[in-house]
Design a binder for this molecule. Sequence first.
Ligand SMILES: [Zn+2]
Ligand SMILES: [Zn+2]
Length: 181
Amino acid sequence: MKQYVVDIADLGSERLHVGGVFPAGSLDLGQPGAEQAGDVSWSAFIERQRTRVRLVGELHGTLGLACVRCLEPTQLAVSRQFDLFFEQHDELMYEEDEEIELDEPDMQTAFLAGTELNLADVITEQLILSLPMKPLCRNDCKGLCAECGHNLNVAPCDCTVPVVHPAFDVLVELKNRMERG
Ligand SMILES: [Zn+2]
Ligand SMILES: [Zn+2]
């Protein structure tokens, strides 16, 4: 993935357009049960803004996930736009008596250890941020039976309705009476 590394020290005042396609499975999401199931296409531009660089773009792709209810593999189309700032972490750039500017919130700025920005890592991170908290194979997924583990989307099982058996109630009552003497 070396071809996706941009050295931000090389950036001039011109916008640099970047983009491409990551073939299915080429990005490791590092998340259990989640994978890059289809190609991810992306495009963006990078521009220098004083000490920072700004990366603005979008991605489109397909993720593979396990449904939280029935655990079956399911695919999810994702589209995401991003607008990110990067800055080289360099303490020498800050004078101690310099006023810290508060008009620009710094929440979005990621600090780089050097001058290299790996766009494959950025796209991977954006895909991870696209992952839903509770992926479902379909909105009305019936899930698994808590008793027998049967997939209720396929067919109902015999234990789907919790039944308190009347005969059992009678036995409990009988037992209670005997214990009371
Ligand atoms: Zn499901
Ligand atoms: Zn069951």
